[in-house]
Design a protein around this ligand. Structure first.
Ligand code: ADP
Ligand code: ADP
Length: 237
């Protein structure tokens, strides 16, 4: 059974001009993402990638279709149940979305505080995470004292804090130079291999997919126009 399964998922938004047709951001998408995969979703700006991520993370409801995570249908769940689903999914972002006024340690600790962990457990988990991402010596620093690559490593540590099974990376390397991109992708590969986290990588950059993904879906105007093994999809004429 796939870890994430989408069947005929559509999401439309009302047009700004109420008389115009709705904007169909995701159009009849069916996809299976297996546990343990690094699954890439690639497409130009406006293809519907971010919308798809928000649907999988249960931040917005689909207009129609079925989304199952670990076999469980998430459409129609109550807010309380959705929060539990979201705890099992970590997210990292292009602009890192760190709390600038908080230390690195406090940023990573944040989701654990929200989840109600005890102080001593938070301390131990944060130490472990900062060690894993190679930032143990930056615990007391603030984000503005870090490079872009270091900020994204804090983002990864925070996203992994509650031990999610799925990590969604939405253009997570798009603000980074090629060398730093490579460094962050290498870390994500370790997250996948050493921690068994399934990673969904959203990007407009083919290099990123070719560096870490095993499977890929190509989106265009809300639809998945091709999907399969990275090698097969990209070697097709
Ligand atoms: P991508 O992430 O691939 O750039 P998006 O998912 O952001 O694509 O957008 C897909 C389409 O849906 C675009 O046409 C966008 O303008 C539209 N869209 C996305 N979010 C909304 C929204 N909240 N309201 C209206 N239209 C939206
Ligand atoms: P802020 O002032 O933005 O709230 P702090 O640095 O004061 O950020 O820390 C907020 C939270 O982060 C603390 O309540 C604690 O849970 C965690 N934290 C910060 N520093 C430590 C630390 N040295 N050891 C353990 N937890 C810490």
């Amino acid at each position: 059974m796939a870890l994430v399964s989408l069947e005929h998922v559509t999401k439309s938004y009302p047009a700004a001009d109420r008389k115009a047709d709705p904007v169909v951001a995701v159009d009849d998408v069916s996809l299976d993402i297996e546990a343990g995969a690094v699954f890439g979703i690639i497409g130009y700006s406006g293809a519907g990638k971010s919308t798809l991520v928000r649907l999988v993370n249960a931040l917005e409801p689909a207009t129609s279709g079925s989304i199952r995570i670990d076999g469980r249908e998430i459409t129609g769940l109550r807010e309380r149940e959705l929060r539990a689903i979201r705890l099992g999914i970590g997210m990292i972002f292009q602009q890192f979305n760190l709390f600038d006024a908080k230390t690195v340690r406090a940023n990573v600790a944040y989701p654990l505080k929200v989840a109600g962990w005890r102080r001593a457990d938070i301390r131990a988990r944060v130490d472990e995470l900062l060690e894993f991402v190679g930032l143990a010596d930056k615990a007391a620093a603030h984000p503005d004292q870090l490079s872009g690559g270091q900020k994204q490593r804090v983002g990864i540590a925070r996203a992994l804090a509650t031990r999610p099974r799925i990590l969604l990376a939405d253009e997570a390397t798009s603000a980074l130079d090629p060398e730093t991109t490579h460094e962050v992708l290498t870390l994500l590969k370790r997250v996948n291999e050493e921690q068994g986290v399934t990673i969904i990588v959203i990007t407009h950059e083919m290099d990123v997919i070719q560096t870490i993904a095993t499977k890929v879906a190509v989106m265009d105007r809300g639809r998945v126009i091709e999907h399969g093994d990275v090698f097969d999809v990209f070697s097709r004429p």
